[in-house]
Design a protein. Structure first.
Length: 591
């Protein structure tokens, strides 16, 4: 190669060119380094920003997950609450879910009460992050469980605070805002469920009261129907048995030549007539309260039990033994038993019915127990058997008239008549029975109290009754004749009238010459009844006593007193002793 020499000027120019190129390269490199540093800083900032955004996204996802979990828990609790009816199970479901799903170390729900009011005072959600710094009086279920933080959410419906939901954790500051918001929302749902449960319980209580009222009204209607039906029958029966009753009494009193056996038979027949009259009277008054004229007397329940055991022996001993069945009867009598206030014959019949029912409940034999005792100051009678017992429906209906489980063998009136006697005596009856476990029926009576205001029977019978001129009025010829014969045997002068209007005319006609001392009239008569006769007699002679005979009972006005113009009321069949006492009372009052 041939080296071309350079001139100094060319060489200098070339050096300058190379120096310029070197400066440009260094400037480019510096710019490149600057740009690289800027890009690196931008990339680092972007990476940092992306990291922060990722952290925020992850935190948001965690919050959303926790919120979804709480919403799911809230939905689960709401569904579980909606599936339940009673308030207690609703609260148990809420507490269990809060403790497991929130989770909480302890949860408690209190309804309205002094402690709950203290916790929920103000009606707003309350958060205590550290109970050591701010102590709270915890309810007993939460005390002693080591709780350090507490959320109290009131159960509010509108302006009413029904209670409080309390959740606690064992670490201080254990609840965040999301937990508090969840408990606040949950408390709103629980409050609505509590209100709904309370309304349901109130509705159920009202329905139960209505059912009991309907049953009581139905029972009263049945008793009323039975009493009204029996009242009509009673009048005819009492009229039918009045003549033989009066003739039997007259024979027993006036015929001294009767043999002992004849007298015994007549007394038995008379007692049977009186029992018929008593039975009819009880059926007639089945649905009514006891009449004021029929005063209670002290009844020795222990003595009554002894009578019943003997009177019913054939039913519980002899008749079952004929079929190879053994029923053992025993008594447990209280040594110091107060007397019951009542009518002995009615209590006797009620106890007899209870014994018969007990025997019927032991078709294969068993044990019968009759007890007396006292519940506090009140005496009671109790009949227990080891028979077949009753299910709940039978036990509830057994006192209804005409209800029976004996088929054609039963009338459904035995326990119904017992119930009627219980009501008339203002007593209480309790029935304890179960299938296969026998039955125990207890009747608790009021204690007898002496009534010094009533005139005793001995005092009434002490009146001396001279022969009287008496007007008898009755549309039944047999009753009229038997009354006339009986009173004439007592020495009285009797004028009988088969028509009430004719009787009033005879009374008025006799006033001028020989007035009647007493008028005895029947109640139920055509054209003019006994009340009308009494009014007519009092209008003509206010001082003449009027005695009313009736087969419908002795209370005939709404106040329960005597009808206007009537001085005394006697039931049919009339007893000679009662007639003598009443006539003696009339004489003593007019003298």
């Amino acid at each position: 190669y041939l080296i071309k020499p350079f001139s100094a000027r060319e060489l200098l120019a070339r050096v300058r060119t190379h120096m310029e190129l070197a400066r440009e390269r260094r400037a480019w490199e510096t710019e490149l380094e600057r740009r690289v540093e800027e890009r690196t800083a931008e990339l680092a900032a972007t990476a940092e920003r992306l990291a922060r955004e990722n952290e925020r996204r992850e935190a948001t996802e965690r919050r959303l997950g926790a919120q979804l979990q709480r919403m799911g828990t809230l939905d689960h609790i709401t569904r579980a609450v909606a599936e339940r009816q009673d308030l207690r199970s609703i609260l148990q479901v809420v507490i269990a879910n809060v403790e497991q799903s929130l989770p909480a170390g302890a949860c408690w729900i209190g309804l309205a009460g002094p402690q709950t009011q203290a916790l929920s005072s103000g009606g707003e959600l309350r958060y205590e992050p550290d109970l050591e710094r701010c102590p709270v009086a915890l309810p007993p279920p939460l005390a002693g469980r080591g709780l350090r933080s507490l959320v109290i959410a009131p159960l509010r419906v509108d302006a009413d605070v029904l209670g409080a939901l309390v959740a606690g954790r064992r670490e201080p500051g254990g609840f965040d805002d999301a937990d508090c918001e969840f408990l606040r929302q949950l408390s709103e749902h629980v409050a609505l469920a509590v209100r709904q449960g309370q309304l349901r319980e109130s509705l159920q209580a009202a329905y139960d009261d209505l059912s009991r009222s309907q049953q009581a009204a139905l029972q009263r209607e049945r008793l009323s129907a039975l009493g009204q039906m029996a009242s009509g029958i009673a009048h005819d029966i009492n009229n039918a048995i009045s003549p033989p009753t009066l003739y039997l009494e007259t024979l027993l009193r006036s015929d001294a030549g009767l043999s002992a056996q004849a007298r015994q038979y007549l007394q038995l027949a008379l007692r049977s007539m009186e029992d018929v009259a008593s039975t009819v009277a009880r059926m007639r008054e089945f649905y009514r309260q006891r009449e004021t004229e029929q005063a209670f007397a002290p009844v020795d329940l222990n003595a009554l039990v002894g009578q019943i055991v003997e009177l019913t022996r054939a039913r519980w001993s002899d008749m079952p033994q004929q079929r190879g069945i053994v029923i053992t009867a025993s008594t447990e009598l209280s040594a110091r038993l107060p007397c019951a206030a009542g009518v002995e014959s009615e209590i006797r019949e009620a106890l007899t019915n209870l014994v018969f029912n007990a025997v019927d409940a032991m078709p294969e034999g068993g044990a019968l127990l009759i007890r007396t005792g006292a519940e506090g100051p009140l005496p009671f009678l109790e009949v227990a058997d080891t028979g077949i017992g009753m299910d709940e429906d039978t036990r509830r209906r057994c006192l209804e008239p005409f209800f029976t489980t004996k088929g054609e063998r039963g009338t459904g009136l035995g326990l119904a008549m017992v119930y009627g006697a219980v009501k008339r005596h203002s007593a209480d009856i309790h029935i304890d029975s179960a299938p296969g476990a026998g039955t125990r029926i207890r009747i608790t009576f009021p204690v007898s109290k002496a009534d010094s205001d009533n005139v005793s029977r001995d005092e009434a019978s002490a009146f001396v009754c001279p022969p009287l001129r008496i007007l008898l009025i009755d549309d039944d010829p047999l009753v009229l004749k038997s009354l006339k014969d009986a009173l004439e045997a007592e020495g009285h002068a009797i004028t009988a009238a088969n028509d009430s209007r004719d009787g009033v005319d005879r009374f008025r006609a006799a006033l001028a010459a020989d007035p009647f001392a007493v008028v005895v009239t029947d109640l139920g008569m055509p054209h003019l009844d006994g009340r009308g006769v009494a009014r007519a007699v009092k209008e003509a002679s206010p001082v003449t006593p009027v005695i009313l005979l009736t087969g419908w009972g002795q209370s005939h006005d709404r106040s329960g007193g005597l009808p206007p113009g009537v001085d005394r009321v006697l039931g049919k069949p009339p007893k000679l002793r009662e007639l003598r006492e009443t006539l003696g009372w009339c004489v003593s009052r007019s003298s």
